[in-house]
Design a binder for this molecule. Structure first.
Ligand code: NAD
Length: 483
């Protein structure tokens, strides 16, 4: 593998630059050792990035293009990432800890956003509203100009791509604040922008500390719209900053999502859903299947199957897992790993049973065993607090209403699933589950095309799908009195 550059810069107004706050150390989660240094932005860098984005928006050089021209550039940026996937994937693995095949999937996912939203650039049409004789009325969608996007560490490339591609497609200019723990691969968006002819200022990428740079960006008076993906407490401070400037924000926050498994479900197929649902990305997925609510008749059999699957997963450095298989990488950081292990111990103290896993591996790096906890009751902390790690809680139910009550019994509402052969039961559940997305018989069914976002404390606004385009535009109505 080629050597990683020792130092990575920020990107403002079409040029790479150092950070006013110096440098940040990026660690390799599989070793706990220094991987590279990243330029660290300060408030002055935020000011420069926002000014560059605003100047471009004011010029109309991006928003004024014919949509097909924006479409070609946005789609080109996705193609650029795919062409360099062999170069980017090992870097993503080394900064984020995920298996190499998962890093490749993430880059493909990021590229897919640019394809999808690039294709949508031409679809932002207004409408004409009849007002009777003597009037002509029409609506247009105008971009919000400067979009600020604050990104979490669990999918640094895919999360940036999700909001960036849609914002660019409709003509916004963007300032991205990358995550402190794995900011490196976001640099490839800047390379893609330069290679594809995106006007300078349309994309600015800063790494900085959340409480400083992130907060300064969210509160900046020239930011017109904010997209935040991350934890609930940070989401609340972003929403507060947005409210103070009276600008809209989209909040994509955490979850404690449940799969209800009925006694007529295909249990063999469901094991694959669990594998993806809670052990993909070492469980550090906002829409992870962190709870299974199993019918009492199949509970024990299902737990046996899940435990066997979890114990079969090999845990190790992401670089040693080039292909999809029974494997799982490191967690992102010492802090996250300790927090997850601590939550497992606390669950045991509350009376739950750790049937497999729960311990850290005795080696450098941030590795937690794939974990399954049973005898979980809805009042335990582990049943409602997000772990954000490879930890599954299994609860039991005896009737349909009880299952729905347990599933809806947390402050979150990001996604939910129901597994049954009975379509009427699935339809009833899909109506009753309080979640922005409901999966029937396949966890993660859907894609870039399907709207995604939370009920309750999981946030508001929708990303993905055509709905997301509306985050980045405001509707203007023009009413004309004819002579
Ligand atoms: P976090 O809230 O700590 O950080 C997210 C981002 O916000 C980082 O870039 C951070 O630097 C920045 N930040 C921190 N404090 C800030 C402040 N005061 N002002 C402005 N920016 C600030 O979250 P995290 O630990 O990086 O991510 C994990 C959380 O994100 C989990 O709860 C997870 O469920 C959630 N998440 C949600 C989605 C989704 O789409 N709903 C996707 C991924 C992650």
């Amino acid at each position: 593998m080629s050597e990683l550059p020792a130092y990575w810069q920020n990107f403002i107004d079409g040029s790479f630059c150092d950070g006013g706050a110096g440098r940040l150390t990026v660690l390799d989660p599989a070793k706990g050792e220094l991987l590279a240094e990243q330029a660290l932005a300060d408030e002055a860098d935020v000011d420069r990035a926002v000014a560059a984005a605003k100047a471009l928006s004011d010029s109309g050089a991006w928003s004024g293009l014919r949509p097909v021209e924006r479409s070609r550039i946005v789609r080109g940026m996705g193609d650029y990432l795919l062409e360099r996937i062999d170069e980017i994937a090992p870097i993503l693995t080394r900064e984020a800890g995920k298996p190499l095949w998962e890093a490749r999937l993430e880059i493909e996912g990021a590229a897919r956003y640019f394809e999808y939203y690039g294709n949508q650039a031409e679809t932002m049409e207004g409408r004409s509203i009849p007002l009777g004789q003597g009037y002509f009325d029409f609506t247009t969608h105008e971009p919000y100009d400067v979009s600020a996007q604050i990104i979490p560490w669990n999918y640094p490339m895919e999360m940036t791509a999700r909001s960036l591609s849609a914002a660019l497609a409709v003509g916004c200019s963007v300032v991205v604040k990358t995550p402190e723990l794995d900011p490196l691969t976001n640099r490839y968006f800047a390379d893609a922008a330069l290679a594809c002819g995106l006007p300078k200022g349309a994309l600015n990428i800063l790494c900085g500390l959340g409480k400083d740079t992130g907060a300064a960006l969210a509160a900046h008076p020239d930011v017109n719209q904010i997209v935040f993906t991350g934890s609930v407490p940070t989401g609340i401070s972003i929403a507060t900053a947005a409210a103070q400037n009276v600008v809209p924000c989209v909040l994509e926050l955490g979850g404690k999502s449940a799969a209800i498994v009925h006694d007529d479900a295909d249990l063999d197929a469901f094991l694959s859903d669990v594998r993806w649902g809670i052990y993909f990305n070492a469980g550090q997925v906002c829409s992870a299947m962190s709870r299974v609510i199993a019918h009492e008749r199949i509970h024990d059999k299902l737990v046996d199957g899940i435990v066997a699957m979890a114990e079969n997963l090999k845990v190790g450095s992401g670089l040693t897992f080039p292909r999809f298989g029974a494997n799982m990488g490191a967690m992102i950081s010492e802090g996250q790993c300790q927090r997850a292990a601590g939550m497992v111990s606390a669950a045991e103290r509350e009376g739950a049973r750790v049937v497999t896993g729960g311990r850290r591996l005795n080696r450098p790096g941030y590795f937690l065993e794939p974990t399954v906890i049973t005898d979980v009751s809805p009042d335990m902390s582990i049943a409602s607090d997000e772990v954000f790690g490879p930890v599954l809680s299994v609860l039991k139910f005896s009737n349909e209403n009880e299952a729905i009550r347990i599933a809806n019994g947390t402050p979150y509402g990001l996604v939910a699933g129901v597994f049954t052969a009975d379509i009427d039961r699935a339809m009833r559940a899909s109506k009753q589950l309080r979640a922005g997305q409901v999966f029937v018989n396949e966890w993660y069914a859907g894609g870039v095309e399907t709207p995604f976002g939370g009920f309750g404390k999981s946030g508001y606004g929708r990303e993905k799908g055509r709905e997301a385009l509306l985050n980045y535009v405001q509707t203007k109505n023009v009413a004309i009195k004819l002579r």
